[in-house]
Design a protein around this ligand. Sequence first.
Ligand code: BES
Ligand code: ZN
Ligand code: ZN
Length: 477
Amino acid sequence: MFITQTDTFSTKNNTVLITDSIEKLPASDFSKQELEYISRRQQDEAQLITINHLTNFLFVQLLDDKLAVFEQQEKLRRSAAKCVKTINQHKYESLYITDLTGEPANVSAFVEGALLSNYQFIKYFKTKEKKANSLKQIYVPKGLCSEKSVHESNLLLEAVYRSRDLVNEPQLGMNTPQFVQQLEEMSKNAGFKLEVFNKKKVETLKMGGMLAVNKGSETPLRFCILEWRPDNAKNEQPIVLVGKGIMYDSGGLSLKPTRNSMDQMKSDMSGAAVVAGLFQLAAKAQLPVHLIGLIPVTDNRINGHEYAPGDVIRMHNGLSVEVMNTDAEGRLILADALSYAKRYNPELVIDIATLTGAAKALLTHRGIPAMTNNATSAMDLLKESGTAVHERIVELPLWEEFNDVLKSDIADLRNIASVPGGGVIAAGKFLEHFVEYPWLHLDIAGMAFLSTSDGYLTKGATAAGLRLLFRFLKNYS
Ligand code: BES
Ligand code: ZN
Ligand code: ZN
């Protein structure tokens, strides 16, 4: 557990005091000079004021009453990352966080930022003990934060860490069977159901997209079905979550062309890792929503038997697709999963995928482009949830005219647009041909994996989409 509740709060420890005014600070814990210093820094509009007491740090975090709640919370998350950096630099092991205005949500946001930023993936270093962050434990006051909320924060952060680990593990240690093994372990441990289809079963289901992408692989594909069905589920029909599980994307025969463009492609299963983390969290937190998860798992490689540009394949829903680029593989495996989802008569289906480089070019790591066929109220709730957790949503249109560029001379569809531009939408528009229910599509290619850290978004995998979808499902129920 990362977060512990405590009665014994003392500013002799490393302590964060969140407050809206200096008057609320416990005067006896600061010298006169320190209070003068704090007040001077406040006039400079500093937000996190650091006081080094030699045996411990005091951090004064000033709230800004001009900010909306969600803006304030994001400021707190970002401040927390700075604070954690200082704590680790000085090799301290614990941090106490309290709010002098009595607002537990401020503490939660600060704790969340602190723990998100304290994540590391260091298992492959020889000197991993030396590299490990010293901060191990965060304490919050018993009276202020409810036991339930602390427990839920712990579970959320555990899921984020797990999801980041799944992505950060290079493909050598995270190929199709290894990922499925992880899922099995998570299902047992958390208590959600898991069923795994092998290649034979996928052949009988005629999932032509999955089979085509998997042709060039030495490892056979898997199709994973997760289920969380609590007795007290608020929804009558399930919500289905679909995650792109490309364990490694070389591009296939349309080999990724530009310099370095393959370096981060172990992260092409980020959508799958988010769905897996979400099921762990839903089960452990006893989320009252009936959920189905669909994760198509394969890599996209070449071995002499791979599919090729110009091939026409038959998809699970019967549509034929002319493959014009084998690097547009994500939409092929997602399309099969999306048409499979129909059998659940779902209330809503959400897919999450590192689908297009264009999404990264559009919003960088600062937001997630999303599209819907007509689920406007679900989209509104998604945007609201995105703003609250700072995994922000930008809606893009699926106008009818965008279909023109997906027309093929010899098949029902082509898998990439026939003209440049609009790549994020073209991918969404392609998927729309495979859905027959209310649907949200999230392209996390920009946010899923960072080459430089940004505050509490650590380098490498971010698990972006997990906090978003958990918040969404909580609000939904
Ligand atoms: N996995 C990639 C998308 C991607 C790119 C994710 C960069 C994360 C960072 C996807 O399979 C892909 O290769 N998409 C192509 C589509 C194109 C061929 C239409 C792309 O975006 O270049
Ligand atoms: Zn690709
Ligand atoms: Zn891909």
